[in-house]
Design a protein around this ligand. Sequence first.
Ligand code: SF4
Ligand code: SF4
Length: 103
Amino acid sequence: MSTPRNTPMNTPRTRKVLGPCSHVLVAARTGSWRTERPKADEALCVRCGTCARYCPTACITVHREGPPLSFDWDYCKGCGICANECPKQALTMIAEGSEEACP
Ligand code: SF4
Ligand code: SF4
């Protein structure tokens, strides 16, 4: 009895199954890039949230009561987009480390 020839149809195929892979994205702490920071004029801010919507690092929180905005300084990279987009010109970019920037 002859052994059947291996053809593409009857050749056993080994499948390499890759195990589960996990990919963890860790956001860089972009606050270290900052040379300027936004400062809010609370009298001008109408809490519209435009600045927070445009912030590329989502580091602005708009509050319903009390001071209108808070910033997560670990992630604010000082790009100034928030100040550019504010319809009330309530945000000003000030130099990082300046007297004004210190609470
Ligand atoms: S965009 Fe301007 S007015 Fe609106 S919440 Fe931000 S700082 Fe306030
Ligand atoms: S300066 Fe840039 S990163 Fe910082 S709060 Fe404004 S938009 Fe966000």
